[in-house]
Design a protein around this ligand. Structure first.
Ligand code: SF4
Length: 502
């Protein structure tokens, strides 16, 4: 483990995230002196220690890295005396000093990259939405040069990732400028059932075999939530609908039709720009289900191979084959779907760059409209985390190189990056990127990721987000447990009523 000692109970989350970005496989503890005094540590477990001394009132922050052999590296930085930064310095330094948080992160980044011997692609940025920085600066009228310099000088973002973030922000802005999203909202419906549970899963997902008899009751609860939305959001425009999960295509054609028809009957979707259904697991897709969705006006689906290796699919518990995936994809094309996304994951257990090259060349033969490239994220509590605990880590290839292979392949297919997000504990400290053909970008993905409008989420384990005009965001969630969700459906609705102050 890496032990970070800090003299004040501040910036712990940022410190933890940054150290973790460099040392993803190590446990990291950020503790104050009092907290350390109450704990016992086995010195043998500690890889090295970091001490951070914050004196923002004096505009100073210092740090020390104490290595196992007793040697030290020390650093000191100056900063503004408050997070507001400008004009708040008491020590005669200039008003353009970094805020204490940025100065701390910059100093830590410099010292840790020296210690480990390499830089990070996203520099000191540890948040999940790095494109928000260029996006906000574009909206404030800043020019390309200023935006890129800011990302590189303040956060040490690499040239490659700076270009990626900037280009995505430009594309997102163009798409958003064409949608009246400020007066609208989007709807998310969660179907928390899957054929089996994937090794890396961190979503709300329960095996359909266990729950099949309860699915109709679950749909009835979704209908109650739809009634609430219909009644309270009357007159507001729905910009996009996304049915996710889980795997929505675990519903039968009749259940799918019943659910979507009810939604359409109760809520005016005439202005809706996109209706997506995640059809992720090929082992849940049938021609009848695809036809039912098409008849209900679904215009975008996602059929996800994750990898084109049968061996890996077995290893990660997907329980479908590559052949099944290809068959599901071709059937969807035959049924008239002209906007199909594919998800792949880089850094899967045992996979090498060669496996990714193979996956991409097989995908190129199918020519999807969208491609979402994920870097594997190991979530605490997932079966994957347990697998790693029991079997050790599985570094078979370099996720950064895999990312380049996927990006080049996307380019060959005529797909350009249009949205991006990062997760905690993501393989290679990289990102997830959505690529799309012109005119096929997933609108819901942009609206949700840029947090520019409210998303009303229905179903177990979903989170509703209210975005205010000034950018403030408030959330309320539905419980994950399906039985609790169904037994307390009125309370789930009440939470939304309170959030939106109806
Ligand atoms: S298909 Fe998705 S939601 Fe279902 S188990 Fe796999 S990762 Fe989880």
């Amino acid at each position: 483990m890496i032990l970070v000692r800090i003299n004040k109970d501040k910036y712990k989350y940022d410190i933890h995230s940054l150290v973790k970005a460099f040392y993803s496989k190590e446990d990291v503890s950020v503790l104050t002196d009092e907290e350390i005094a109450k704990k016992e540590f086995d010195e043998n477990d500690i890889l090295f220690k970091i001490e951070i001394f914050l004196e923002e009132e004096k505009g100073e922050i210092s740090m020390k890295i104490i290595r196992k052999d007793g040697s030290c590296a020390e650093a000191k930085t100056i900063c503004a005396t408050s997070e507001e930064g400008a004009d708040s310095s008491t020590n005669g330094t200039s008003a353009s000093l970094s805020t204490p948080k940025n100065a701390l992160k910059q100093m830590m980044y410099r010292e840790l990259s020296k210690e480990i011997g390499h830089e990070l692609p996203w520099g000191s940025l540890t948040g999940i939405r790095p494109t928000r920085i260029p996006m906000q600066m574009l909206e404030a009228g800043k020019q390309e040069d200023d935006i890129k310099k800011y990302m590189q000088n303040t956060f040490f973002v690499s040239d490659e990732k700076t270009d990626l973030a900037y280009n995505i922000a430009i594309r997102e802005k163009k798409i958003l400028d064409d949608i009246n999203y400020r007066d609208g909202y989007s709807i998310y419906l969660g179907i928390p059932f899957c054929p089996t549970t994937c090794l890396y899963c961190s979503f709300t997902s329960f095996p359909i075999v266990t729950w099949s008899k309860k699915v109709d009751d679950y749909i009835e609860c979704l209908k109650k939530e739809i009634d609430f939305v219909a009644e309270n959001f009357k007159g507001k425009t729905v910009n996009s609908v996304y049915i996710g999960g889980g795997t929505p295509t675990t519903l039968s054609p009749d259940q799918m039709t019943r659910l979507i028809s009810y939604l359409r009957e109760k809520i005016d979707l005439s202005e809706c720009r996109e209706f997506t259904v995640e059809s992720g697991r090929p082992d849940s897709i049938t021609r009848e289900k695809l036809r039912a969705m098409k008849n209900c006006g679904v215009d975008r689906i996602s059929v996800n191979p994750q990898t084109m290796s049968d061996e890996t699919l077995k290893r990660i518990g997907r329980q479908h084959t590559v052949a099944q995936f290809i068959d599901a994809y071709k059937t969807a094309r035959e049924e008239g779907f002209d906007n199909i996304n594919m998800d792949i994951i880089l850094g899967l257990p045992g996979e090498t760059e060669e496996d990714v090259k193979h996956t991409m060349s097989e995908i190129e033969k199918l020519s999807p409209d969208d491609l979402t490239v994920h870097s594997l994220s190991v979530k605490r509590g997932s079966r994957l985390a347990e697998h790693i605990r029991n079997n050790g880590y599985f570094v078979a290839g370099d996720t950064g190189s895999m990312m380049k292979i996927a990006a080049e392949s996307a380019k060959r297919m005529g797909l350009s990056p249009y949205y991006l997000y990062r997760q905690k504990n993501i393989s290679g400290n990289l990102e997830n990127t959505g690529y799309a053909r012109e005119g096929k970008a997933g609108i819901y993905n942009i609206l949700m990721m840029e947090e520019v409008q409210s998303i009303v989420a229905l179903g177990a384990g979903t989170v509703t987000k209210r975005v205010y005009g000034d950018g403030r965001i408030e959330r309320c969630d539905n419980v994950k447990d399906i039985t609790l969700y169904m037994n307390n459906i009125e309370e789930m609705i009440e939470r939304k009523r309170v959030l939106f102050s109806f």
